[in-house]
Design a protein around this ligand. Structure first.
Ligand SMILES: [Zn+2]
Length: 722
């Protein structure tokens, strides 16, 4: 465990009650703990805590971050790419240090920069200073080394002196020349920026958000999941996270681009001016930012910054300023450096883009897995040259924390120049009748009730089978191999059938035969080519073959939250048939009912999952869709394979006290193998109570109820375990 041990008092504290300092301390402790458990889980494959305990750490971290977004750490588990660490890369030393630039923020700063060059070089007033102006791209700086024209290694900037060896990752970039076009110096370092386009970034971010949500769903269902999914905050994060992957195959899938712009160490001087140098880079096969421009004098240079500020929004990539480099390389050499900063270059940053506008309303959007996400609808306003009318409000807590009310004047900022966010409210401008926002209790897409489990920040629609926002995702799950296993009904075809209006619910799949002619008229479904002629017939046959399926697959296919394959199997074994299960689940919607207790006491289910299941059955539309489906599909009864005359088949069994000859887990598994239902609590429905050493209240209760009590030896004997 890390030295950043958590404070148990703090850990027990409600997120709502944390002060800023406490939240900061907790986030630090959680980051360290989760990193430790990730390492145990992913790299050592030896977890120390249960998935549920791990989940509660992650949930707490997420809840604190939702309440204190400004405290989100750079090493936050919600940002980290699984087991990726800087330690995974070896270090590379740069031939010449990678520089950082001084900054200008106004005309006066830039003019003083020019004046200092003139003083240093003792230039006449008539001498003009020509600069190369380049947009300053918000990406990741890298250093590329070429020997005899061959790319041999590449490193991140790191601390400027040494960076991480990302050679293999860089080799996946299409923009990186493996070999320079001759002539070239025997050895040269080339500097550039790896970045992601705005459009690619938005698409990638949406993809990551979806992956994170699906991962949460899978984890909630008790399935083993891979490392945490990072949701990048801006294109720079996305580029850095993508390049710094331990597996270059992942980098290869990311849409990264590269502009080259500077020189490091070189065996000979390849040009006399910076402009000439950029031309050499183009000749060798690099992409140089086409917006780069030679600026004849200081006045032209001032204009470049203003022009770029106007063009900024229209560029396909994000920039946060412009960079000026003195064009004459002989002057650059004479000017040299102060510390890490060259005297011959400067960055001119754009001011942060903010604006105020009026919040007209709050929309609730429903994600593909049922998450309700609030979105601000605002009077359109220009922020840094882009019209903005929407911004995510993330979740219920975020709205409450910022106390954002409809009618409020809000301060908007575009983070990383791309995604708008609401920084806060101008409370002096609040209308007198503005009310705190009431987060809806129903899904706006389908009207089903929405729930938010304790400790989670996301509220979810419970109408899994009926919600149009979730339909496609549910149908894909329904048909997948380990669920209903309908051959030929993958994501693409499900989407097509949904878009054409033929399939809206699982039951509709089984009524497709009547639309066979329509389907055959579609492009790629038999309309044109002979090759596709059998597609519809094959699909319909595959569907017919699934009119009867094992009960556990049927349950799993419903896609109920937290009911993965393992839990579906437990339910099927416990309730045996669909009608019995349906009846018990309806009864279990009443909290405290016998059926609810029974459900919660099934070994491996527990009260939290019982609640999720009950929520599904509480929603009448789910039940209607389920019954509709049951009219088309007959789940097979679960017959538990057991030896003839075995006394435990179909019986309800409780183990209590510690057993001497086997673990509790093994004993329960043995009992289940013999066809018994294993439950945790003793009731009058219990058939056998097997009592080990130190048996407590359960043994007493069994005696009171007059149940059949077995010793460990008796149990072994009757179970045929010798
Ligand atoms: Zn819904």
């Amino acid at each position: 465990m890390s030295d950043q041990a958590s404070d148990p008092g703090l850990r027990a504290r409600q997120v709502d009650a944390l002060t800023d300092e406490e939240a900061q301390a907790e986030l630090a402790a959680l980051a360290a703990e989760i990193a430790h458990h990730d390492e145990r889980y992913h790299r050592l494959d030896a977890p120390e805590i249960s998935d549920a305990d791990y989940d509660s750490l992650v949930r707490r971290n997420r809840a604190i971050e939702a309440r204190f977004p400004e405290l989100v750490r750079d090493d936050s588990p919600s940002r980290r790419v699984g087991a990726e660490t800087a330690e995974g890369f070896s270090k590379l030393r740069h031939g010449v240090p990678m520089l950082s630039l001084d900054n200008a923020f106004a005309d006066a700063d830039f003019l003083e920069f020019c004046a200092s060059i003139r003083r240093f070089l003792r230039l006449e007033a008539t001498e003009t200073l020509a600069f190369m102006g380049e947009p300053k791209i918000d990406g990741l700086s890298i250093n590329l080394t070429y020997e005899d024209g061959i790319f041999v290694r590449g490193a991140t900037r790191g601390d400027g002196t040494e960076g991480e060896d990302v050679t293999r990752n860089l080799l996946t970039l299409a923009d990186l020349p493996r070999q320079l076009t001759a002539p070239f110096p025997a050895r040269i370092e080339i500097r550039g920026e790896v970045f992601m386009d705005k459009a690619d970034f938005l698409q990638f971010r949406a993809q990551q958000e979806r992956a994170a949500e699906e991962r949460d769903e899978r984890r909630a269902r008790g399935e083993k999941v891979g490392p945490a999914v990072t949701i990048p905050a801006n294109p720079r994060n996305a580029a850095a996270g993508s390049l710094r992957q331990l597996d270059p195959a992942i980098t290869a899938q990311r849409p990264l681009k590269l502009f080259a712009y500077a020189m490091g160490d070189a065996s000979e001087q390849p040009a006399e001016t910076h402009e000439g140098w950029l031309q050499r880079l183009r000749d060798w096969g690099f992409t140089v930012n086409p917006v780069s421009e030679l600026l004849a004098d200081e006045e032209a240079a001032l204009g470049f910054q203003k022009r770029m500020a106007e063009q900024r929004a229209g560029l396909s990539y994000d920039i946060d300023g412009v960079v000026y480099k003195l064009n004459r390389l002989d002057w650059q050499r004479r000017l040299g450096f102060v510390g890490r900063a060259p005297r011959w270059a400067i960055a001119w940053k754009f001011p942060a883009e903010q604006a105020t506008t009026v919040l007209l309303g709050i929309d609730i959007q429903v994600g593909r897995t049922g998450a309700l996400t609030p979105r601000a609808v605002m009077q359109p306003v220009s922020v840094g040259g882009v019209m903005v009318s929407h911004a995510s409000l993330h979740n219920e807590d975020e709205i409450a924390r910022k106390d954002v009310r409809i009618g409020d004047t809000v301060i908007l900022q575009r983070a990383g120049d791309v995604i708008p966010q609401i920084l806060g409210v101008v409370t002096e401008k609040r209308p007198e009748d503005a009310q705190p926002f009431a987060f809806p209790d129903r899904c706006p897409a389908c009207g089903s009730h929405a729930v938010r489990p304790p400790g989670e920040v996301v509220k979810r629609c419970t109408g899994g089978l009926v919600c149009p926002a979730q339909t496609v995702e549910r149908l894909i799950h329904f048909a997948r191999r380990n669920a209903m296993d309908i051959e030929g009904l993958g994501a693409e075809n499900v989407q097509k059938l949904f878009d054409e209006g033929l399939v809206k619910s699982p039951a509709d799949i089984f009524r497709l035969a009547r639309h066979a002619d329509t389907m055959r008229s579609w492009e790629g479904w038999g309309a044109r080519s002979k090759k596709d002629a059998k597609k519809v017939a094959n699909l319909l046959a595959a569907i017919e073959a699934r009119r009867s399926v094992p009960f556990e697959r049927f349950i799993f296919a419903l896609g109920i939250r937290r009911i993965g394959e393992a839990n579906a199997k437990l339910l099927a074994r416990h309730y045996h048939s669909f009608p019995a299960w349906r009846a018990k689940m309806l009864a279990a919607t009443t909290i405290g009912s016998e059926a609810r207790e029974e459900l919660g006491s099934i070994q491996g289910i527990g009260p939290a999952i019982a609640t999720e299941l009950a929520e599904f059955f509480v929603e009448p539309r789910n039940l209607a869709a389920l019954d509709d489906l049951a009219g088309e599909v007959t789940p097979q009864e679960t017959v538990v394979v057991a030896a003839e005359g075995n006394p435990f088949a179909g019986k309800t069994v409780v183990f209590t006290g510690s057993l001497q000859t086997m673990s509790r887990d093994e004993a329960e598994a043995q009992a289940e193998r013999l066809g018994a239902k294993v439950t945790k609590s003793v009731s009058k429905k219990t058939d056998f109570v097997i009592v080990g050493a130190d048996a407590g209240s359960k043994a007493t209760k069994a005696a009171e109820l007059g149940l059949r009590v077995l010793t460990e030896a008796e149990w072994r004997g009757m179970a045929g375990l010798g």
